[in-house]
Design a protein around this ligand. Sequence first.
Ligand code: ZN
Length: 608
Amino acid sequence: MFRSVAALLLSLAWPSPMTTNAQTAGPTAGARPQADAAITYTLRFPDAARHYVDVEATYPTAGQKRIELMMAVWTPGSYLVREYARHVEGLDVVKPSGGVAPVKTRKNRWAIETGGAPRVTVRYRVYGREMSVRTNWIESRYALLQGAATYLTLVGGLQRPHHVTLDLPQGWTRAMSGLPEVPGRAQAFVARDFDTLVDSPIVAGDLKVYEFTRSGKPHFLVNVNENGSWDGPRASADVDRIVAEHEKMWGSLPYDKYVFINMITEAGGGLEHANSTVLMTSRWAMGTRDAYVGWLNLVSHEFFHVWNVKRLRPAALGPFDYEAENYTPSLWVSEGITSYYGDLLVRRAGLSSDPEYFLGLSNDIRTLETTPGRLVVPVTQSSYDAWIKQYRPDENSGNTSVSYYTKGQVIAALIDARIRFASNGQRSLDDVMRLAYQRYSGTSGFTEAQFRGVITEIGGADLADVVARALDTTQPLEYQPLLDAYGLQFLPPDSRASRGWLGIKTKVDVGRLVVSEVQRDAPGAAAGLNVDDEILAIGDYRVRPDQWERRLDQYPPTTQATLLIARRDQVMRLDVTFGQEMGHAWRLVPRVAPTAAQIATRAAWLGR
Ligand SMILES: [Zn+2]
């Protein structure tokens, strides 16, 4: 972590508590008295139809002549600086009356002269019209509000309680959040500090709420925009089974209540919080088996984060610096291992079949093994560079980077198999996770070396080299131990493909057929094709966008042709030799005659 020159100048100019850097004021940075006055917010929605939430906020000044307000620039769990302050407008001082207008001191900070008043009240509006799990969405019927994107907090006051009250428009029946509610007050929530506030999205509107209890703790599936398209009771019952399976693995549920906010909005993704999650899905997701299992896997992934990353986290991820990047090599643990268990615990809960589980894992292996970037960067480097790569993909990403989700998940499967094999089924990655949780959950976090130490403690010292090779190098992963542990095999690849292959992706751009990606070391790259080239013809025949896929059938592997292209309006000819696409060589299926040990290990792995 670092502080900018601007921050240094500010602290020289204002040698007072208000210049405390946000990164030093996280949950573990020291004890402020409980009696600290709260920061309070009232959210109103007079202009929801135009995607605005109106915020009124009151800050205790502790007698300071100036206070400074700050907005987070990113949301934990989604590693990209998103500059939420760009959606703030009309910040004005309401009290003390006649207060001086706020002065910007950074892209995400404002200074306010208090005139000695004990409290300062401001109003501002926030625009929200980005449908994602880490941004705000506000419209006439409902609102999804993310902490980082909504609240200006007090610099140096992150440990104060933050109270939120929503003033709901007519027709909005309810607001839901992981935050505790204020007894006897409608739509009023209490966060014990800013971390908790940021970690607790609020959804409001005409919500469909399904409640179930597990180990005495209330759980809520909150469907937003349901409109009769979802079988809420069935989904809720299946989510309950997922919760039960996770509790079985970890031993207990470490929260007082949990809220699944399920936005049925034709968007995708999920984001984890300590006792809630935001999921985005399609209204058609319950209509097909594949889509529904996909949703259950998403639910399971986000719920696994209750333990892995929200409580057992890399040391670099907390206390958070909300104003800068927070770097860690260990997202292969936080996201890769979570992805592995997300699908696996759905299988163990009996909500997916063995073939469905194997297909998912097979496709992950295929994605990894056909991504050229796996040979360029180790997965720990991908984790470190999440801020500039994972969340900023471009046309060359596949050539130069590898996902810590995909590779982390495959590595988790391999480590699990090796531990089970070496211990004759007595131990597994489950034990690694439980021991790591017992040892490092809470405020300290783990270093990369500490987490690997737990793996070798459970799985044996022999694993150290294997793990280091998988995580720190780009050497090929070894799959044979996984196949041998469970009595599986890869089906031989389907090599009947007769269509020519160039290793490019295309898109249709205003009726034109345009190259969108060029895979390194593939025939298209060898021929000199570039991203943004418009493909006009193959040989002497024009090819329109809707004809492209079928036309490739005319050019079996090894045939040659001339492509007519336009590159920035200049027409050019490129000679290509079509290749053969690599078939799916990683389809996992059970062996015909597995040993009794393999059958037993596989059953323990998949939960029977
Ligand atoms: Zn995740």
